[in-house]
Design a protein around this ligand. Structure first.
Ligand code: URA
Ligand code: URA
Length: 257
Protein backbone atom coordinates (compact mmCIF):
# COMPACT_ATOMS: atom_id res chain seq x y z
CA UNK A 1 0.00 0.00 0.00
CA UNK A 2 1.20 3.49 -0.71
CA UNK A 3 2.32 5.52 2.26
CA UNK A 4 -0.21 8.27 1.52
CA UNK A 5 -3.06 5.77 1.58
CA UNK A 6 -1.71 4.23 4.69
CA UNK A 7 -1.64 7.56 6.50
CA UNK A 8 -5.17 8.20 5.29
CA UNK A 9 -6.23 4.86 6.75
CA UNK A 10 -4.63 5.71 10.07
CA UNK A 11 -6.39 9.09 10.15
CA UNK A 12 -9.68 7.40 9.33
CA UNK A 13 -9.07 4.91 12.13
CA UNK A 14 -8.35 7.78 14.51
CA UNK A 15 -11.53 9.53 13.50
CA UNK A 16 -13.70 6.47 14.06
CA UNK A 17 -11.98 5.65 17.35
CA UNK A 18 -12.59 9.16 18.60
CA UNK A 19 -16.22 8.97 17.52
CA UNK A 20 -16.55 5.66 19.32
CA UNK A 21 -14.86 7.14 22.35
CA UNK A 22 -17.33 10.01 22.41
CA UNK A 23 -20.25 7.62 22.14
CA UNK A 24 -19.17 5.18 24.81
CA UNK A 25 -17.44 7.69 27.11
CA UNK A 26 -14.66 5.19 27.56
CA UNK A 27 -11.49 6.26 29.27
CA UNK A 28 -9.00 4.44 27.08
CA UNK A 29 -8.57 3.73 23.42
CA UNK A 30 -6.01 1.70 21.55
CA UNK A 31 -4.80 2.34 18.06
CA UNK A 32 -2.64 -0.19 16.24
CA UNK A 33 -0.71 1.00 13.24
CA UNK A 34 2.32 -0.23 11.33
CA UNK A 35 5.62 1.30 12.41
CA UNK A 36 7.30 3.23 9.62
CA UNK A 37 11.09 3.52 9.64
CA UNK A 38 12.75 6.70 8.37
CA UNK A 39 14.17 4.84 5.43
CA UNK A 40 10.81 3.39 4.51
CA UNK A 41 9.06 6.69 4.55
CA UNK A 42 9.82 7.36 0.92
CA UNK A 43 9.30 3.84 -0.30
CA UNK A 44 6.25 1.79 -1.02
CA UNK A 45 5.31 -0.27 2.00
CA UNK A 46 4.21 -3.80 1.20
CA UNK A 47 3.67 -5.70 4.41
CA UNK A 48 4.40 -4.04 7.72
CA UNK A 49 6.46 -6.36 9.89
CA UNK A 50 6.26 -4.57 13.19
CA UNK A 51 3.40 -3.03 15.07
CA UNK A 52 3.43 0.01 17.25
CA UNK A 53 0.84 0.62 19.90
CA UNK A 54 -0.16 4.17 20.36
CA UNK A 55 -2.03 4.31 23.58
CA UNK A 56 -3.98 7.34 24.55
CA UNK A 57 -4.92 7.54 28.20
CA UNK A 58 -7.88 9.67 29.12
CA UNK A 59 -8.64 10.79 32.68
CA UNK A 60 -10.33 8.12 34.79
CA UNK A 61 -14.08 8.47 35.16
CA UNK A 62 -14.59 8.36 38.95
CA UNK A 63 -18.16 7.08 38.83
CA UNK A 64 -17.18 3.93 36.94
CA UNK A 65 -14.30 2.84 39.13
CA UNK A 66 -15.92 3.66 42.47
CA UNK A 67 -18.40 0.81 42.00
CA UNK A 68 -15.72 -1.78 42.73
CA UNK A 69 -13.03 0.31 44.40
CA UNK A 70 -13.31 -0.92 47.98
CA UNK A 71 -12.18 -4.50 47.51
CA UNK A 72 -11.60 -5.13 51.22
CA UNK A 73 -15.34 -5.43 51.80
CA UNK A 74 -15.50 -8.78 50.01
CA UNK A 75 -14.72 -11.54 52.46
CA UNK A 76 -15.18 -14.70 50.37
CA UNK A 77 -13.83 -15.60 46.95
CA UNK A 78 -17.25 -16.32 45.46
CA UNK A 79 -18.64 -13.03 46.71
CA UNK A 80 -15.59 -11.29 45.26
CA UNK A 81 -15.94 -13.12 41.93
CA UNK A 82 -19.60 -12.04 41.68
CA UNK A 83 -18.67 -8.46 42.43
CA UNK A 84 -15.96 -8.12 39.79
CA UNK A 85 -16.76 -10.49 36.94
CA UNK A 86 -18.67 -7.84 34.99
CA UNK A 87 -15.65 -5.53 35.18
CA UNK A 88 -15.34 -2.83 32.50
CA UNK A 89 -12.23 -1.07 33.77
CA UNK A 90 -10.21 -1.77 30.65
CA UNK A 91 -10.81 -2.42 26.95
CA UNK A 92 -10.34 -6.18 27.30
CA UNK A 93 -13.92 -6.42 28.58
CA UNK A 94 -15.13 -5.72 25.06
CA UNK A 95 -13.49 -8.71 23.44
CA UNK A 96 -13.77 -11.22 26.29
CA UNK A 97 -16.17 -14.16 26.25
CA UNK A 98 -15.62 -15.08 29.89
CA UNK A 99 -13.98 -13.32 32.79
CA UNK A 100 -11.45 -15.77 34.25
CA UNK A 101 -11.48 -15.16 38.01
CA UNK A 102 -9.31 -18.14 38.97
CA UNK A 103 -10.09 -21.54 40.43
CA UNK A 104 -9.06 -23.98 43.11
CA UNK A 105 -8.82 -24.38 46.85
CA UNK A 106 -9.85 -21.15 48.65
CA UNK A 107 -7.49 -22.10 51.51
CA UNK A 108 -4.57 -23.16 49.32
CA UNK A 109 -1.03 -22.98 50.68
CA UNK A 110 0.28 -22.72 47.13
CA UNK A 111 -1.02 -20.23 44.63
CA UNK A 112 -0.04 -20.24 40.95
CA UNK A 113 -0.17 -17.03 38.96
CA UNK A 114 -0.07 -17.00 35.16
CA UNK A 115 -0.11 -14.09 32.80
CA UNK A 116 -3.58 -13.90 31.26
CA UNK A 117 -6.27 -16.18 29.85
CA UNK A 118 -5.74 -17.65 26.40
CA UNK A 119 -8.40 -18.74 23.92
CA UNK A 120 -9.45 -21.90 25.81
CA UNK A 121 -9.64 -20.08 29.13
CA UNK A 122 -11.62 -17.21 27.60
CA UNK A 123 -14.09 -19.75 26.26
CA UNK A 124 -14.44 -21.75 29.50
CA UNK A 125 -13.91 -19.13 32.19
CA UNK A 126 -11.36 -21.39 33.91
CA UNK A 127 -7.58 -20.79 34.06
CA UNK A 128 -5.08 -23.14 32.42
CA UNK A 129 -7.45 -25.54 30.69
CA UNK A 130 -5.73 -25.67 27.30
CA UNK A 131 -2.53 -27.50 26.34
CA UNK A 132 -0.49 -25.48 28.85
CA UNK A 133 -2.98 -26.43 31.54
CA UNK A 134 -2.58 -30.16 30.84
CA UNK A 135 1.18 -29.77 31.19
CA UNK A 136 0.73 -27.72 34.35
CA UNK A 137 -1.26 -30.62 35.86
CA UNK A 138 1.71 -32.92 35.12
CA UNK A 139 4.18 -30.49 36.66
CA UNK A 140 2.05 -30.40 39.83
CA UNK A 141 1.73 -34.18 39.82
CA UNK A 142 5.55 -34.39 39.90
CA UNK A 143 5.43 -32.86 43.39
CA UNK A 144 2.32 -34.83 44.45
CA UNK A 145 0.00 -31.88 44.25
CA UNK A 146 -3.29 -31.81 42.40
CA UNK A 147 -5.07 -28.87 40.82
CA UNK A 148 -7.69 -29.06 43.58
CA UNK A 149 -5.03 -28.45 46.25
CA UNK A 150 -3.83 -25.13 44.82
CA UNK A 151 -5.44 -21.93 43.65
CA UNK A 152 -4.69 -20.88 40.08
CA UNK A 153 -5.17 -17.32 38.86
CA UNK A 154 -3.75 -14.91 36.32
CA UNK A 155 -2.55 -11.32 36.52
CA UNK A 156 -5.14 -10.30 33.92
CA UNK A 157 -8.62 -11.77 34.22
CA UNK A 158 -9.53 -11.17 30.58
CA UNK A 159 -7.85 -12.38 27.41
CA UNK A 160 -5.70 -9.88 25.50
CA UNK A 161 -6.36 -9.99 21.75
CA UNK A 162 -3.99 -12.40 19.92
CA UNK A 163 -2.56 -13.27 23.36
CA UNK A 164 -0.39 -10.15 23.29
CA UNK A 165 1.51 -9.17 26.44
CA UNK A 166 -0.51 -7.31 29.09
CA UNK A 167 -0.29 -3.52 28.82
CA UNK A 168 0.84 -1.56 31.88
CA UNK A 169 -2.52 0.19 32.02
CA UNK A 170 -4.34 -3.18 32.07
CA UNK A 171 -2.10 -4.49 34.84
CA UNK A 172 -2.71 -1.34 36.89
CA UNK A 173 -6.45 -1.89 36.70
CA UNK A 174 -6.47 -5.67 37.18
CA UNK A 175 -3.69 -6.39 39.69
CA UNK A 176 -5.72 -5.10 42.68
CA UNK A 177 -8.07 -8.07 42.07
CA UNK A 178 -5.14 -10.48 42.32
CA UNK A 179 -3.91 -8.78 45.48
CA UNK A 180 -7.33 -9.15 47.12
CA UNK A 181 -7.42 -12.82 46.05
CA UNK A 182 -4.05 -13.33 47.71
CA UNK A 183 -5.29 -11.67 50.92
CA UNK A 184 -8.37 -13.91 50.99
CA UNK A 185 -6.52 -17.15 50.17
CA UNK A 186 -3.47 -16.28 52.27
CA UNK A 187 -1.13 -18.81 50.60
CA UNK A 188 2.30 -19.70 51.99
CA UNK A 189 3.97 -19.57 48.58
CA UNK A 190 3.13 -18.02 45.24
CA UNK A 191 4.62 -19.46 42.05
CA UNK A 192 4.66 -17.09 39.09
CA UNK A 193 4.48 -18.91 35.78
CA UNK A 194 6.74 -17.44 33.12
CA UNK A 195 8.92 -14.45 32.51
CA UNK A 196 6.08 -12.01 31.89
CA UNK A 197 4.21 -13.00 35.07
CA UNK A 198 7.42 -12.72 37.14
CA UNK A 199 8.54 -9.43 35.63
CA UNK A 200 5.09 -7.90 35.89
CA UNK A 201 4.47 -8.86 39.51
CA UNK A 202 7.97 -7.86 40.63
CA UNK A 203 8.14 -4.68 38.52
CA UNK A 204 11.47 -5.66 36.98
CA UNK A 205 13.03 -6.36 33.61
CA UNK A 206 15.33 -9.03 35.06
CA UNK A 207 15.64 -12.16 32.93
CA UNK A 208 13.75 -15.33 33.76
CA UNK A 209 17.12 -16.97 34.53
CA UNK A 210 17.79 -14.33 37.17
CA UNK A 211 14.23 -14.35 38.54
CA UNK A 212 14.37 -18.13 39.02
CA UNK A 213 17.43 -17.89 41.23
CA UNK A 214 15.87 -16.63 44.43
CA UNK A 215 12.85 -16.23 46.64
CA UNK A 216 11.13 -12.89 46.18
CA UNK A 217 8.64 -11.02 48.31
CA UNK A 218 5.27 -10.08 46.84
CA UNK A 219 3.11 -8.17 49.32
CA UNK A 220 4.47 -10.15 52.23
CA UNK A 221 4.33 -13.54 50.51
CA UNK A 222 7.20 -15.68 49.24
CA UNK A 223 7.13 -15.56 45.46
CA UNK A 224 9.09 -17.92 43.21
CA UNK A 225 9.30 -17.75 39.43
CA UNK A 226 9.57 -20.59 36.94
CA UNK A 227 9.01 -21.27 33.25
CA UNK A 228 5.57 -20.92 31.73
CA UNK A 229 4.12 -24.31 30.67
CA UNK A 230 3.61 -22.89 27.16
CA UNK A 231 7.37 -22.21 27.01
CA UNK A 232 8.01 -25.84 27.94
CA UNK A 233 5.80 -26.97 25.08
CA UNK A 234 8.05 -24.97 22.75
CA UNK A 235 11.31 -25.99 24.39
CA UNK A 236 11.23 -29.33 26.27
CA UNK A 237 14.82 -28.70 27.50
CA UNK A 238 13.30 -26.34 30.05
CA UNK A 239 11.31 -29.14 31.68
CA UNK A 240 14.26 -30.24 33.80
CA UNK A 241 14.94 -26.79 35.34
CA UNK A 242 11.20 -26.38 35.89
CA UNK A 243 11.14 -29.69 37.74
CA UNK A 244 14.00 -28.40 39.92
CA UNK A 245 12.11 -25.17 40.59
CA UNK A 246 8.96 -26.96 41.72
CA UNK A 247 11.01 -29.22 44.00
CA UNK A 248 12.24 -26.03 45.71
CA UNK A 249 8.69 -24.73 45.91
CA UNK A 250 7.60 -27.99 47.50
CA UNK A 251 10.36 -27.74 50.11
CA UNK A 252 9.34 -24.22 51.08
CA UNK A 253 5.69 -25.20 51.11
CA UNK A 254 6.27 -28.23 53.31
CA UNK A 255 8.78 -26.53 55.55
CA UNK A 256 6.25 -23.91 56.43
CA UNK A 257 3.37 -26.29 56.96
N1 URA B 1 -1.58 -19.00 30.00
C1 URA B 1 -1.70 -18.26 31.12
O1 URA B 1 -0.82 -17.50 31.49
N2 URA B 1 -2.81 -18.38 31.83
C2 URA B 1 -3.81 -19.21 31.50
O2 URA B 1 -4.80 -19.25 32.21
C3 URA B 1 -3.65 -19.97 30.32
C4 URA B 1 -2.54 -19.84 29.60
N1 URA C 1 10.11 -17.15 27.92
C1 URA C 1 8.93 -16.91 28.53
O1 URA C 1 8.20 -16.01 28.20
N2 URA C 1 8.56 -17.66 29.54
C2 URA C 1 9.29 -18.66 29.95
O2 URA C 1 8.85 -19.31 30.87
C3 URA C 1 10.52 -18.92 29.31
C4 URA C 1 10.92 -18.15 28.30
Amino acid sequence: MELGNQILDILNDCESYFKQLKETERNQILIDFPAVSEQQQFEEIQVPNTQTNLQIEMPEKPSQSSVISDLSKYSTLSEFDNAINQCTKCVLCESRNKFVFGAGNPNADLMLVGEAPGADEDKNGVPFVGRSGKLLDKILAAIDISREDVFIANILKCRPPENRDPLASEVDKCEPYLKRQIELINPKVILALGRIAGQTLLRTKDSLTKLRQKEHNYHGKILMVTYHPAALLRNPNWKRPTWEDVQKVKKIYEGLK
